[in-house]
Design a binder for this molecule. Structure first.
Ligand code: MG
Length: 206
């Protein structure tokens, strides 16, 4: 079984007069999050975590803020693209964990609803998604929402682990060489990993 981890971070400033979207959930609040897209800070960090886990660049690689097509875009579109990337690379989600840092609104009362929203977008059970929220004590970040996300992926084809197990019990040298050969020549196709190398000519402002 081959595992990979991914980590994503994002931040957006609050702005009056725009809808507040976090985790694909519309939240009633006086202010929303400013951004080229809908400003969904949690889905952006999640998208980056997924892309990072398979070395496929970042959200700005696929959706540069200089491109007018993504103005006001639903961030679920970014997430779908990241899901396609991890599937192409031969992986699926094991679980996701996240931390939101924001002063308002309070997340605890809506955390379950948000968890279900994210789980539905990812096509995983709600039990595989963690949503935690902190207030920015001592950080002077009252007008900002921050999201940190980690993901764990496992390979769709669990053939890598089999070869490693065989190596542990291989008795003679020929058998061991055969196992080493299979590991070196590659039992898992990683050609999709990093197949879209980022240009990095823009920073992500989505
Ligand atoms: Mg963003």
């Amino acid at each position: 079984m081959s595992l990979r981890i991914g980590y994503g971070f994002d931040s957006h400033a609050f702005k009056p007069g725009v809808p507040l979207m976090i985790g694909g959930l519309h939240i009633e609040h006086a202010e929303g999050l400013a951004g080229h897209s809908d400003g969904d800070v949690l889905l952006h960090a999640l998208t980056d975590a997924l892309l990072g886990a398979v070395s496929a660049g970042d959200i700005g690689t696929f959706f540069p803020p200089s491109d007018p097509r993504w103005k006001g875009a639903a961030s679920s579109l970014f997430l779908r693209t990241a899901m396609e990337e991890i599937h192409t690379a031969g992986y699926k989600i094991v679980n996701v964990d996240s931390v939101l840092i924001l002063a308002q609104p309070k997340i605890v009362p809506i955390a379950n609803e948000m968890r279900e929203s994210v789980a539905e977008l990812l096509g995983v059970p709600a039990g595989d998604v963690g949503i935690k929220a902190k207030t920015p004590e001592g950080l002077n970040l009252e007008g900002v929402a921050v999201a940190h996300v980690t993901v764990l992926l496992e390979s769709l084809e669990p053939n890598g682990g089999k070869a490693v197990m065989t190596a542990e019990v291989a008795a003679d040298e020929d058998e061991l060489n055969e196992v080493v050969e299979s590991l070196v020549t590659g039992v898992r196709d990683t050609s999709a990993l990093g197949r879209k190398r980022p240009v990095f000519d823009t920073d992500d402002l989505t």
